[in-house]
Write a new protein. Structure first.
Length: 175
């Protein structure tokens, strides 16, 4: 088990998200972000499957066919689009993404930026979060308006950098 390296990765990720959230005035979300990662069901799995270059949840998923840590995490953290999946009321559609409140879409954006920085390290560019999103976008069950906002923010980041994106979020999205 590589518990110490995993703990450092969690702490660094949480610090990055907290710094961005604080710049946006989302103090409570910044402080509470990903606290469930410190719970035994998530932390012990993360330590066991830690690699440092990607989420340990993917390694657990490859090993077991599912990730117990992810199933626990997504159900407790409103900044994950998977938290907002519910039965659909539309005929012929089984499950559907519910529209996420903007403050959680913004936290999801911050989470994706921080994860990219954490795993890409010195290779990180502002295009990385958008590229990572695009690789799996067709697999997501996500409300169209939520997807459009997230993609817009990731494109602004890619094209204009973090500072301008955070200003846009603060004055246009969270106003």
């Amino acid at each position: 088990m590589n518990w110490y390296e995993h703990l450092k990765t969690i702490n660094h990720h949480k610090k990055l998200v907290m710094e961005m959230c604080f710049k946006l005035g989302l103090y409570k979300q910044g402080l509470l972000h990903d606290l469930s990662k410190y719970s035994p069901v998530e932390f012990l799995v993360g330590a066991k499957y830690y690699q440092g270059t990607r989420s340990p949840n993917n390694a657990e998923r490859e090993d077991k066919g599912y990730s117990s840590a992810w199933l626990h995490h997504k159900g407790r953290n409103k900044h994950h689009l998977e938290y907002w999946i519910d039965y659909s009321l539309d005929e012929g559609t089984k499950m559907s993404g519910m529209k996420m409140p903007k403050k959680y879409v913004v936290e999801m954006f911050c989470d994706r930026v921080a994860a990219s920085k954490n795993y890409r390290r010195e290779l990180y560019t502002d295009a990385d979060p958008y590229e990572y999103y695009r690789k799996s976008a067709d697999k997501y069950i996500i409300h169209p308006e939520t997807a459009a906002l997230l993609e817009k923010l990731l494109k602004i980041l890619r094209d204009n950098g973090e500072e301008k994106t955070l200003l846009y979020i603060k004055y246009k999205i969270l106003k």
